[in-house]
Write a protein that binds this ligand. Structure first.
Ligand code: MN
Length: 750
């Protein structure tokens, strides 16, 4: 591994005489020694960070008895081996000083700059959590929280180096602690390393965790591998020799043939997950061929497929179609010697580095100027780009999965908080204690009295921050406030608050509704009416299922008394006309609007005969939809709204009059309807939507498309629609188009 020195190391320059070779009480790795010898302490960030940490950790020892400073030195060394920049290496030295000594983060910033301070602060913060996860879901939440909290991805890499060294030196700890740390490593840190494509880190973390968690299995597999290694290697030698000849004949030089190592935990995991015997896994020969040029990869593939019989459906071209974490390689499986399957990976050296070290490889290539990674060389852009990739890792098997991963990625802005018991809860950005309470349980929300955040009493509208510990205080007689709807952000909390107001006071609301109606109809009249078929019909026309629902709605203020009374009068008048008698027998609702008043046949709207009226521009009602008339102040006649139009809610009940559509409403009339379509911005999408409309013979008055970078296109259309049924048909058609994401009717009430 040729590692690029991240620190100025003019080793070939004679040392200035005034700087003596530094002398420390501990054995330092040679890279650090030469760095210290070669640079004036003031010149080199790495040297200064080391000296500072050395001073602060003086006298501290690790469990093993060695000086504490050896741990930061080792972590810094791991980061250096990864090709980390000097900021990262300095952070490696300093990562424990805020946690373990008196130093404040402000001091680190003053001495080493904002970048180093940010990394140290991030690592310190992540160390504070106790990740004793209870479920797999919980572990996933932790991993996400890590990524959300680490605004700079380098924080995670420093943390991983810290964990790797702690795992390597786990021997010194008590068995109980070993298990806890190993478990955490398996659940949180190894998958994180995997997400970052740091395969080397992943397998070492997994193997070390395996050693402490299943010590007997670990030793068994270790022994089996040792026993079989000889046979496996000699088989591989044979294949390597044969292929080496073929490649040489084809003029492909400086290829490197490697038997692919299989790490112990990987073997164990396959054995348990796939119920296989050790031999079935370990005996599959795996070969990696590393060449110089991309083009050679394909030539090598052809040679292999010529020498051995390929097994169908096992060829994968990750060079043409790289995985989302930039992994590139050709994979194939062939029938090898003795009829055994042989797995082959073919890649260039650069691809190999990325496969082994993941994002860390990009730092190396930044130094050496890797050819195709120019997009990765500007540091800020690099990290945003990498962050976007985190969730789209390795295992994207097909398009469906890809889309799901993308969708999950939308939740990147989640905020992660804790219950007092240490359970981790993910909520939408901007969430408040109200959202948190309803996430715990709807009863907790309904009885929330107040909240403590990190032990402090806080307003229930406080915006939660990552890592907050939230405690909800409940009281039996406490109940939701309508005001909560002003700041609760999660749809489920908002929904439950509304439900509470509708439901939990249902009896009260029904009672109030009765009182209101009683005023209008008289006590006796009300008693009779409530049981009548007409009242049921009124309820249905007002979009309620039962008379009780209607009364509750009336009591809750969802519907106005005048509207109910008008409906009632309308209905009783109609029954008189059609001579339906009152009956207490099972309620059958007469189909309203089935029989329009004959005198009104020529006008589209019944109930406004002889009056000036117009169709309201706010809600654009269509034939087939329930409507209501509003008597306008002044001489502007009556405006026809859809039932439930928010503008009607404001209107004094006395100004409402019952109206309905006549059959004549559909005689060749059309009505304007505006819709907005959110769609994936691609060429031809508007044309396809317009084609759907023309199939339905719908005229388009206006069409506008608004596009902005990285957002769906917004297509606004103004249509001429015959009736509700026609609108439904066309909306469904458009909704079902694959690139249409969302669709709504402007000022639509539904
Ligand atoms: Mn540490």
């Amino acid at each position: 591994m040729n590692v690029v020195a991240p620190c100025p190391q003019p080793l070939n320059v004679a040392l200035p005489p005034e700087i003596p070779a530094p002398d420390f009480d501990i054995k330092l790795p040679s890279w650090l020694r030469s760095c210290l010898r070669a640079n004036k302490p003031s010149d080199c960030l790495i040297c200064r960070a080391f000296r500072f940490a050395h001073e602060l950790h003086r006298g501290q020892t690790r469990r093993s008895g060695e000086p504490y400073i050896m741990h930061p030195v080792a972590v810094a060394g791991l980061l250096r081996d990864l090709g980390g920049d000097e900021t990262m290496i300095a952070a490696g030295f300093l990562h424990d000083v805020v946690e373990d000594t008196e130093v404040k983060i402000e001091e680190i910033e003053a001495l080493f700059g904002a970048d180093v301070a940010r990394l140290v602060e991030g690592v310190t913060k992540l160390s504070k959590f106790n990740f004793e996860s209870k479920t797999e879901h919980q572990a996933e939440n932790f991993r996400r929280m890590f990524l959300a909290m680490a605004k700079d991805i380098r924080v995670i890499v420093v943390k991983l180096a810290d964990r790797l060294h702690n795992m390597r030196t786990l021997e010194a700890l008590a068995p109980e602690k070993q298990k806890r740390i190993a478990q955490e490593t398996r659940e949180i840190f190894a998958p994180l390393a995997n997400r970052l494509g740091m395969w080397r880190f992943k397998w070492e973390l997994e193997d070390l965790a395996f050693k402490y968690l299943e010590p007997e299995d670990y030793r068994r597999i270790q022994a089996l591998v040792a026993e079989k290694r000889g046979a496996r290697e000699s088989r591989l030698e044979h294949v390597k020799k044969l292929l080496g000849q073929r490649l040489a004949e084809a003029g492909i030089e400086s290829h490197e043939l490697q038997g692919r190592p299989k790490h112990l935990y990987g073997i164990y995991h396959k054995m348990t997950a796939q119920q296989k015997e050790f031999a079935e896994i370990y005996d599959i020969a795996a070969l990696r061929i590393i060449v110089r040029e991309k083009e050679e990869c394909y030539r090598v593939l052809a040679i292999i497929h010529d020498a051995f019989k390929p097994i169908p459906n096992r060829f994968k071209d990750y060079i043409g179609l790289p995985k989302a974490n930039r992994y590139q390689s050709l994979h194939t499986t062939v029938v090898g010697l003795n009829g055994r399957p042989l797995e082959v990976q073919i890649r260039t050296e650069e691809m190999h580095q990325i496969a082994e070290y993941g994002i860390a490889a990009h730092w190396k290539y930044k130094e050496t100027g890797g050819s195709e990674n120019t997009a990765l060389t500007t540091s800020d852009e690099k990290f945003t780009w990498l962050r976007q990739l985190l969730d789209w890792q390795n295992d994207l098997k097909d398009d469906q999965e890809y889309v799901e991963q993308l969708r999950e990625n939308l939740f990147e802005d989640d905020v992660y908080v804790f219950t007092p018991q240490g359970d981790l809860i993910g909520l939408a950005q901007g969430a408040t204690p109200v959202d948190f309470a309803y996430r715990i349980h709807s009863e907790v929300g309904h009885h929330m009295k107040g909240a403590r955040i990190n032990g402090q009493w806080s307003g229930v509208d406080t915006e939660l921050q990552n890592g907050d510990i939230v405690e909800i205080v409940t009281q039996n007689n406490a109940h939701p406030s309508l005001d909560w709807l002003n700041f609760a952000v999660t749809p489920s909390a908002r929904h439950r608050i509304r439900q509470w107001f509708k439901r939990s006071r249902r009896d009260e609301n029904i009672l109030r509704g009765r009182e209101l109606l009683e005023k209008e109809l008289g006590k006796k009249g009300l008693e009779n009416s409530l049981k009548s078929a007409q009242m049921q019909a009124v309820a249905e026309r007002c979009n309620y299922q039962s008379v009780e629902d209607l009364l509750a709605g009336l009591g809750y203020g969802e519907i106005t008394l005048n509207l109910v009374v008008n409906r009632w009068r309308e209905m009783t008048m109609k029954t008189q006309q059609t001579e339906v008698t009152l009956t207490a027998s099972p309620v059958v609702s007469p189909a309203p609007a089935a029989k329009p008043a004959p005198s009104a046949g020529s006008s589209p709207i019944a109930g406004v005969e002889g009056l000036l009226y117009h169709i309201a521009g706010c809600c654009h009602p269509l034939p087939g939809e329930s409507i209501i008339g509003v008597v306008n102040r002044g001489a502007k006649g009556i405006s026809i709204h859809r039932q439930g139009c928010p503008n009607v809610d404001q209107v004094d009940g006395e100004r409402l009059i019952p109206v309905r559509w006549n059959a004549a409403a559909q005689n060749g009339h059309t009505y304007p309807v505006s819709i907005i379509i959110e769609a994936i911005d691609r060429v031809g999408i508007l044309m396809e939507i317009l084609a759907r409309l023309s199939e339905e013979k719908i005229n388009v008055r206006d069409a506008r498309v608004k596009t902005s970078v990285a957002k769906p296109a917004l297509i606004s259309l103004e249509l001429e629609i015959r009736d509700h049924a026609q609108l439904e048909v066309i909306l469904t058609k458009i909704k079902n188009m694959s690139d249409v994401l969302a669709l709504r009717r402007v000022n639509g009430l539904d």
